[in-house]
Design a protein around this ligand. Structure first.
Ligand code: AMP
Ligand code: MG
Length: 422
C-alpha cells in the first residue's frame, strides 16, 4: 500500500484533472490490498442461507437417481413407434412417482406413467397423454414421435462425483434446494466477517436524544446497519465518536482489535475537525484519498493493524454510494465469495440530467415501464449528497461515466438496479 502525502485541497469545488482517483483504479487497489478471512464452520443446510460455501460440495448420488418420465402419459419401447399412420398398444399397468411398475412389457405393450415415475424395464420413450386416443386398455398413437422423448436421464442434473456447488458460492435458495436434492444435511461455510463501524461528528445525536441547534440525527449508522446486515456480516456498532483526535484514536484502536474491517463515516474531508485521515496515517496505512465520483469524493481506504479500513464521507447519500460501489464488493471478496458485479444495462432516460465531465456520477433513478411497455428511467428529485430521501424513492442508480456531460431526455443511460430477483 502506498503512503500518501498530506494534500491540502478545498473541501468542495472542482479538482484539477489527475488529482482524483478513477473508479476502476480504486477498485483494483482495493482488491489488491485485501486479505481473505480464514476460518470456517459447519452449519445445517437451512442455517447456511446467505453464507459463503467454504468447500466444494460434491454429488454423492445421481440426480435424478433413476431414468424417469418428464410427463404424464404412456411409456413404451421406441421400436413400437409407428413410422407412418397409427399403431395400437395395450396398456399393461401403471408406474406412479414413488410406486414403480415392476412387471415387464412385451412388444406392442405400454405402461401408463406419471411425471417423475421410474421408466419400466424395456421402455425408453414417453408419449404425452394428450397425444393418444384411449379405448379401454388400448391406446392409439400417431407417427412423428421420437425415441427417447419426454424422458429424464439418471444423473442429468448432477452425476456422482461432480461438483454440485463450488467453493465461494453465496448460498441462495437454489443452493439450499440442491443440497437437499443430494441428501446433504450440513455444509461447510466461511466464518462471518466481523465489521466494526462508527459515525464521527460533534453535531450527531442518536435517536431518542433531543436536538440542540445545529444538531442532526445520525442516520449513517442505520443505513450501514441495514446494508451490513443484508450482507450477512457480524456487526460491531460502536456508536458516535466525537470530533477529537484522542476520541478517534481510541475508537480506531478498539475497532481494529475486534474486527476484520473498520468502517467510519464523516470526518474525511479537509475541514478543521476532520481527524479520520490524520489518525489513519498515524496508526495505520492509507491507500488513497479522493475519488473521481459524485457523490462521495472523499473516501479513505487503508489498513488499521490487521483490519481493512474504509473511511466513508459523512453525507448520507455519499455513504450509500461508496458502500455499494466499493465497500460491498470488497467485503464480499474478503468473505471469499466469487464476486460478480451487479448487472448494469442501458435504458432511455426520460429526464434531463445535469452533469459536468470529470467524475463518475451515481444519480438516483426510478426504473419503470412507460405507457408503450418500454423500460425507461427517470431521475428522482434533488440529487444533493445529503438528500437521503432520494435513495428511498429510487430503485436504481443512473451511472454516468467520467467523460459524460449533461443528458437530454431520450438519451440512453446506464442503470444499476438496487434489487435482484433472488
Ligand atoms: P463530514 O464529512 O464529517 O464533514 O460530514 C459531511 C456532512 O454529512 C455534514 O453535513 C454532516 O453533518 C453530515 N453527516 C456526517 N455524519 C452523518 C451521520 N452519521 N448521519 C447524518 N449526517 C451525517
Ligand atoms: Mg464531520
Amino acid at each position: 500500500m502506498s503512503q500518501e502525502k498530506p494534500v491540502q485541497q478545498p473541501g468542495c469545488g472542482d479538482e484539477p484533472p489527475g488529482a482524483l482517483l478513477d473508479v476502476d483504479e480504486a477498485i483494483k487497489q482495493i482488491e489488491a490490498n485485501l486479505p481473505l478471512i480464514h476460518g470456517s464452520e459447519s452449519l445445517s443446510v437451512r442455517h447456511s442461507l446467505g453464507r459463503t460455501l467454504a468447500a466444494d460440495v460434491l454429488s454423492t448420488i445421481n440426480v435424478p437417481a433413476h431414468v424417469n418420465s418428464a410427463m404424464d402419459g404412456y411409456a413404451l419401447n421406441g421400436d413400437d413407434l409407428p413410422l407412418q399412420k397409427k399403431s395400437d398398444l395395450q396398456v399393461v399397468g401403471t408406474s406412479w412417482a414413488g410406486r414403480p411398475f415392476t412387471g415387464s412389457i412385451a412388444p406392442g405393450q405400454c405402461v401408463r406413467i406419471m411425471t417423475g415415475a421410474v421408466m419400466p424395464a424395456g421402455t425408453d420413450t414417453v408419449i404425452m397423454q394428450e397425444q393418444v386416443e384411449t379405448h379401454g386398455e388400448i391406446i392409439r398413437i400417431g407417427h412423428g414421435h421420437n425415441r427417447g422423448q419426454n424422458v429424464r436421464q439418471a444423473g442429468e442434473d448432477l452425476s456422482i462425483g461432480q461438483v454440485a456447488v463450488a467453493e465461494g458460492k453465496k448460498i441462495m435458495p437454489a443452493e439450499l434446494g440442491l443440497f437437499a436434492s443430494l441428501g446433504t444435511t450440513e455444509v461447510k461455510v466461511r466464518r462471518k466477517l466481523r465489521v466494526a463501524f462508527f459515525s464521527t461528528g460533534d453535531e450527531l445525536r442518536s435517536v431518542g436524544e433531543p436536538l440542540a441547534e445545529g444538531d442532526l440525527y445520525d442516520s449513517n449508522r442505520y443505513t450501514l446497519f441495514g446494508s451490513l446486515t443484508r450482507l450477512g456480516v457480524e456487526l460491531i456498532d460502536m456508536g458516535i465518536i466525537r470530533d477529537h483526535p484522542d476520541a478517534i484514536r481510541e475508537a480506531f484502536t478498539n475497532a481494529s482489535s475486534c474486527s476484520d474491517v473498520v468502517i467510519t463515516t464523516g470526518g474525511v474531508s479537509v475541514g478543521e475537525a476532520d481527524f479520520v485521515k490524520q489518525t489513519l496515517q498515524e496508526l495505520g496505512e492509507i491507500a488513497f484519498w479522493k475519488l473521481a465520483i459524485r457523490p462521495g469524493r472523499p473516501l479513505a481506504f487503508g489498513k488499521l493493524g490487521n483490519a481493512a479500513f474504509f473511511g466513508l464521507p459523512g453525507n448520507p447519500v455519499a455513504v450509500m454510494v461508496t458502500f455499494y460501489e466499493f465497500v460491498q464488493p470488497a467485503l464480499r471478496y474478503m468473505m471469499g465469495q466469487s464476486v460478480t458485479r451487479c448487472a448494469r444495462f442501458q435504458v432511455p432516460c426520460v429526464s434531463t440530467l445535469r452533469k459536468r465531465p470529470g467524475r463518475t456520477e451515481y444519480q438516483r433513478g426510478v426504473l419503470q415501464t412507460d405507457n408503450t411497455g418500454q423500460l425507461v428511467v427517470a431521475r428522482t428529485g434533488g440529487q444533493g449528497s445529503g438528500i437521503l430521501s432520494s435513495m428511498s424513492q429510487a430503485n436504481c442508480f443512473i451511472v454516468l461515466r467520467t467523460d459524460r456531460g449533461s443528458v437530454e431526455a431520450g438519451e440512453m443511460v446506464e442503470v444499476e438496479p438496487f434489487e435482484g430477483l433472488v
